[in-house]
Design a protein around this ligand. Structure first.
Ligand code: RIB
Ligand code: CA
Length: 314
């Protein structure tokens, strides 16, 4: 029985790879919907990109719901320097044929999770947590329908990629991160500590380019373009494959390892806003609330999975 998932996303080049990886695993994952959020680029682009990617993969049947156009409290911080003005740097896709859904993404989350059986749906978050946080504040009873939340978020040993202290998905909406961390939901975080170990190196890009599918070509294009990935994120060759780690974890959790710990988030300090304070050694006495994955057990296993599933798509 395929696991039912909803992907909340801000495509975004690495989001694109994650969405296509999920679509390449129909036996294991039933993608119920995509919910777009403002993040790497404004909402109008992230929701359009979500629809473009679904149509690229021949899955225009999956609905896309536009979610929040800004964080809960703060103004939008985008990342065109990394993802391009369109959000899919270097990749030209046709205008999507299928319109976005009329319902708001937050209302879609509430309606779907309210109607779900207990623990029926897994939420995959690839961007700021604004939509889910707002849904939980408006309708806390939806937690019943959530199996778990798997979120690319945070940093501890790696420092940040937006500030020295904070990773983008948390920094963009730290208050939303706090709602999730205090929710009591089963939460797995895939921080920069993990995703910085998984890079689209030149040899891997060459292997990707040899796959003759539109999906593989699209990901190769996205990761070929010179982009503004901050230099410190490029210390090793190749851009990090952040968001595909979320989907890879669902498909093959044994690829990664970590620890169940307490994670808190800074929401007040201008210097460290959005810092995830990951209590790896349990020194605070605060109760554990998230699984913090920071070890890659099988590098080649991850990348082989990505290539193998992209090869299955049109
Ligand atoms: O910090 C990396 C995260 O921020 C990724 O999800 C990337 O797509 C951006 O949203
Ligand atoms: Ca993202």
């Amino acid at each position: 029985m395929a696991r039912k998932i909803i992907i909340d996303t801000d495509p975004g080049k690495d989001d694109a790879a994650a969405i296509l990886l999920a679509l390449g695993a129909p036996e294991e994952l039933e993608v119920l919907s995509l919910v777009a959020v403002a993040g790497n680029v404004p909402l109008a682009r992230t929701e359009g990109n979500a629809r473009r990617l679904l149509e690229l993969a021949g899955r225009a049947d999956i609905p896309v719901y536009p979610g929040c156009a800004r964080p809960l409290v703060r103004s939008v911080i985008t990342a065109e320097h990394v993802h391009g003005e369109t959000g899919l740097v270097g990749l030209v896709l046709p205008e999507p044929r299928v319109p976005a859904q009329a319902a708001h993404g937050v209302d879609h989350l509430i309606g779907t999770l309210r109607a779900a059986a207990p623990g029926e749906i897994t939420l995959c978050l690839l961007g700021p947590a604004t939509n889910l946080a707002m849904a939980l504040v408006k309708a806390p009873e939806i937690a019943r329908g959530i199996a778990e939340v798997v979120w690319m978020a945070g940093a501890r040993s790696e420092g940040g990629n937006v500030t020295p202290a904070s990773e983008y998905n948390v920094h963009a909406d730290p208050e939303a991160a706090a709602v999730l961390l205090e929710s009591g939901l089963k939460l797995t975080l895939l921080p920069l500590d993990l995703t910085h170990q998984l890079r689209m190196t030149a040899p891997r890009l060459e292997r990707l380019r040899r796959i003759d599918t539109a999906a593989a070509r699209a990901v190769a294009t996205l990761f070929s373009e010179p982009d503004g990935t901050p230099h410190h994120e490029r210390e090793e060759e190749g851009a990090p494959l952040h968001d595909p780690c979320v989907i890879a974890f669902l498909l093959r959790p044994e690829l990664f390892a970590g620890r169940f710990i307490n994670v808190a988030v800074e929401t007040a300090s201008p210097l460290a806003l959005g810092m995830t304070v990951a209590d790896w050694f349990g020194v605070t006495g605060r109760p554990a609330n998230a699984t913090w994955l920071n070890a890659v057990v099988d590098q080649e296993g991850f990348f082989g999975l990505l290539l193998e599933r992209l090869a299955r798509l049109p």
